[in-house]
Design a protein around this ligand. Structure first.
Ligand code: ZN
Length: 412
């Protein structure tokens, strides 16, 4: 087993750990440790909320999550000899749930606190908890489904340079300012003065941490350095090529998912958990120029669950509320595909919330099938039929069975 270079104790809040996590991106966050190309090591990670969610039957904790503090990232780790312009080669050799925490959760976030892809349809906070059985998972809140996990870090990336950070802040501020009162917001900007308390800056201390915390980027979106890309196939055996933007690279990770559907549509949409990742690092000198890389590229693992059959739902770029025709809008088209799948599953006895959470957590494949046939983008969502313990295919007799009446955990 490789040496564990970042330890966490889930019984203690992240702020009370000796080696601190960070929840912002900034080039001055100090490295936890420097490795040589070829080294391998183990990193432990909090769930993305840093332990704010309990394994129980109330979604009040989802309703009340403090989103100014997420994500709690382990790192950054440097690679000797890494310089801007290189590619850091990162192997995810293995990954799993912490031995002391064999469960996960999925949340539908309240419209006023984060929202989600279908937040106009599902505005209330809800929660489902999942138990792990070896490679499989099931939930007491969502009957009739069970599938093998594809465990992956939702968030993994390298530190930005000052120039890159400035560019992010400039372009995201410009977007935010087009509609500053929107709920949920168009994007999450650095906290300014509030950042002196909400920003966790790893091992950066004192005034330096306070100053950097005010302008450091939030970890919500994926960007050029990787970050919160939520790629469900980034599982054990995958390799990622990260562009290096600062000397040493500075690799950090967290937000581990047991499993996720393409799009992570409920926002806290995967099966979220605390876990560990075995990492291997290497370098390709000058790789950004050699391969024309700005954003990371990755090679998914050869090992993935095998499904032989899917039901594929289509959606086109027509607004479901107004009937308005939009021009090649893949966001609307994917939303319509998701809504079509939700309506279908409801015919088998699922509540809308249960169906929504299945689409966020099960290994569903989301695709842009057509993006040239004006005016409709066509997006598809492929639902593996074998995750259900009953026949979910359409027949002349109608839905083959109804799942027992139940629901996900509610908030007050
Ligand atoms: Zn996550």
């Amino acid at each position: 087993m490789p040496r564990t270079v970042f330890n966490i104790d889930i019984r203690k809040p992240p702020e009370q750990h000796d080696i601190k996590t960070h929840n912002r991106w900034h080039p001055d966050i100090p490295f936890v440790e420097t490795f040589k190309p070829g080294d391998e090591f183990r990193v432990e990670c909090f769930d993305w909320t840093g332990g704010q969610i309990a394994n129980d039957n109330s979604a009040n904790d989802i309703r009340d999550v403090d989103l100014s503090k997420v994500h709690y990232l382990s790192g950054p780790f440097a690679v000797q000899g890494a310089e801007p312009g290189d590619l850091m080669v990162v192997d995810i050799n293995d990954i799993g749930a912490l031995e002391s925490s064999q469960w996960g959760f999925t949340g539908i976030f309240a419209l006023e606190n984060g929202g989600g892809f279908l937040d106009r349809h599902f505005p209330r906070a809800k929660k489902a908890c999942w138990d792990f059985h070896g490679i499989h998972t099931s939930s007491r809140h969502i009957p009739g489904v069970r599938w093998p996990g594809m465990v992956h870090p939702g968030l993994i990336g390298c530190l930005p340079s000052q120039e890159l950070l400035d560019r992010w802040n400039k372009r995201e501020s410009a977007l935010f300012n087009t509609n500053p009162d929107r709920v949920p917001p168009l994007c999450t900007l650095p906290d300014g003065m509030a950042g002196t308390t909400t920003a966790l800056m790893g091992q950066l201390k004192g005034d330096a941490a306070k100053d950097a915390g005010q302008v450091a980027a939030r970890t919500v979106p994926g960007r050029e350095h990787g970050g919160n890309c939520d790629i469900k196939n980034l599982s054990r055996g995958s390799r990622v090529y990260f562009p290096v933007y600062v000397k040493g690279g500075g690799l950090s990770m967290g937000d581990i998912h047991w499993s996720q559907g393409d799009g992570e549509i409920t926002f806290c949409g995967a099966i979220e958990m605390a876990g560990w990742i075995d990492i291997g690092v290497d370098l390709i000198k000058g790789g950004m120029e050699k391969y024309g890389v700005i954003n990371p590229i990755f090679r998914p693992s050869r090992i993935e669950p095998r499904f032989s059959e899917y039901l594929v739902f289509e959606g086109v770029s027509v607004d479901e509320h107004t009937g308005e025709q939009h021009y090649l809008d893949a966001t609307i088209a994917y939303r319509r595909a998701c809504l079509n799948a939700v309506e279908y599953m409801k015919k088998f006895g699922y509540t809308g919330e249960q169906a929504y959470m299945i689409l966020g957590t099960a290994p569903v494949e989301g695709r842009i099938s057509g993006i040239v046939d004006i005016p409709n983008a066509c997006c598809t969502l492929a639902l593996p039929t074998e995750i259900f313990n009953f026949d979910i295919r359409p027949t002349a007799d109608g839905p083959s069975r109804k799942v027992p009446q139940s629901n996900v955990a509610d908030s007050d």
